[in-house]
Design a binder for this molecule. Structure first.
Ligand SMILES: NC(=O)c1ccc[n+]([C@@H]2O[C@H](COP(=O)([O-])OP(=O)(O)OC[C@H]3O[C@@H](n4cnc5c(N)ncnc54)[C@H](O)[C@@H]3O)[C@@H](O)[C@H]2O)c1
Length: 387
């Protein structure tokens, strides 16, 4: 059926350029879909990999996987009883996830109640290679597998910015700490003070870390880390591992989180060295400790600094890793495993992740926001877009 209505959306034009375009307003295409009128969509560090042309993302796609809004229309099969055992990732690529038979996520019926028309929810949609869905940096978004995907939120404007972070970034930071095998009382070093790193550091604090180090070189990000009680480490001023070991009298840390990923740089902030954080963490974490790696690594990188990294081959000292008996946990965050609990922590006043939000702008300011966030200038740390 031809589309009669259009809407504004953030469209990927070419590397380092997004534009605001009129695109077709989404419609229900499958009985499991809902249409959400977007109130807030976030820009993620993951979007920057696509923005910089460092993924297989094709020009013309609508960006945005961290979405929040009001349900406008509900598909006929969206019901209260659709129990699901797919992960959040499955919500954007269900056929693959079904094949992969991902572990089941314990879910109560209450949390799977379909979000009815007029109610508020967060959802996750597009990321490159995760299905044919359009992103939510737009006025409306079609949400597939909505019984599972949409997380119901209380009505009203309270906690608006905190809730927006439930679609991805807060669960991802939490997940990073969990992946490291963290236990209360332990020390954690988080590499990367972007939104994921800051959320990991904050999760470490909420989960009972004795000390949290945050490594970055962007001053505003290090300042935010300090604000929440972490120890900031500026890696432009010298090797981060040496700095942390010196502060700890030579003692290694219990856990390490890589919240940087394959576009990690050396201290100059420009020269990419994809293995630098992995090498550092293997040096810094104590024997039998653990590494959580939510930072993204891709199987194909069109702009990689060498031919091995272009195919996703990243070298790191596996011998040392073996010798120390370190564990590694990595992968896309299973958002659904955490988001309703993190929502409840926010409602209970025990978590306020919105400290990470640096800018809230209208959708038409997205091109400027992408540019500044990508260059990590003027304090751009986490940007919320409002259509
Ligand atoms: N696993 C998941 O589900 C998931 C979800 C969201 C984001 N991510 C990934 O997490 C990573 C971080 O995301 P973000 O939004 O915080 O991105 P970001 O780009 O804003 O932050 C990365 C930070 O790392 C810093 N950095 C670069 N090299 C470093 C080094 N050698 N040591 C320490 N810090 C260094 C940069 O200065 C920057 O502040 C990205 O790779 C993103 O794709 C993963």
């Amino acid at each position: 059926m031809p589309h009669t209505t259009t809407m504004k959306a953030v469209v990927y034009e070419k590397p380092f350029s997004v534009v605001i375009c009129d695109v077709e307003k989404p419609e229900i295409q499958h009985p499991d879909d809902i249409i959400v009128k977007v109130t807030t969509s976030c820009i993620c560090g993951s979007d920057l990999h696509m923005y910089e042309g460092r993924t297989a993302a094709e020009p013309g796609i609508v960006f945005g996987h961290e979405n929040m809004g009001i349900v406008e229309e509900v598909g006929t099969a969206v019901t209260a009883t659709a129990l699901s055992c797919l992960s959040m990732w499955a919500a954007v690529d269900a056929p693959t996830a079904k094949k992969a038979a991902l572990p089941s996520v314990p879910t109560s019926i209450q949390d799977l109640l379909a979000v009815p028309t007029g109610e508020k929810c967060t959802t996750v949609t597009l990321y490159v290679a995760m299905g044919p869905y359009k992103g939510g940096q737009a006025e409306y978004v079609r949400v597939p597998f909505a019984d599972f995907n949409a997380l119901k939120l209380p009505p009203g404007k309270e906690h608006e910015a905190d809730f927006a972070l439930l679609a991805d970034i807060f669960p991802t930071g939490w997940h990073g700490v969990k992946l490291s095998g963290f236990k209360p009382g332990e020390s954690v070093a988080v590499f990367g003070g972007g939104p994921v790193g800051l959320m990991a550091a904050y999760s470490g604090i909420i989960q009972g870390a004795s000390e949290v180090y945050v490594v970055d070189r962007v001053q505003e990000r290090l300042a935010k880390a300090q604000e929440i009680g972490c120890i900031p480490i500026d890696f432009s001023k010298g090797d981060a591992v040496d700095q942390i070991l010196k502060l700890r009298g030579g003692r290694e840390v219990d856990r390490g989180v890589d919240a940087v990923g394959y576009q990690a740089t050396t201290g100059d902030g420009k020269t990419e060295q994809p293995n630098v954080v992995l090498e550092s963490l293997i040096r810094l974490v104590k024997p039998t400790g653990g590494l959580g790696i939510p930072g993204l690594y891709v199987p194909k990188d069109p702009g990689a600094p060498d031919s091995a990294a272009a195919k996703g081959y990243i070298s790191f000292p596996f011998g040392k890793l073996f010798e120390k008996g370190l564990t590694i946990g990595t992968g896309q965050c299973n958002v659904k495993m955490y988001n309703r609990y993190l929502r409840d922590l926010i409602i209970a006043g025990r978590a306020k992740p919105s400290f990470v939000v640096s800018h809230e702008v209208s959708l038409d300011k997205a091109p400027e926001a992408y540019d500044k966030f990508d260059r990590r200038i003027e304090g751009y740390t986490k940007v919320l877009l409002h259509p």
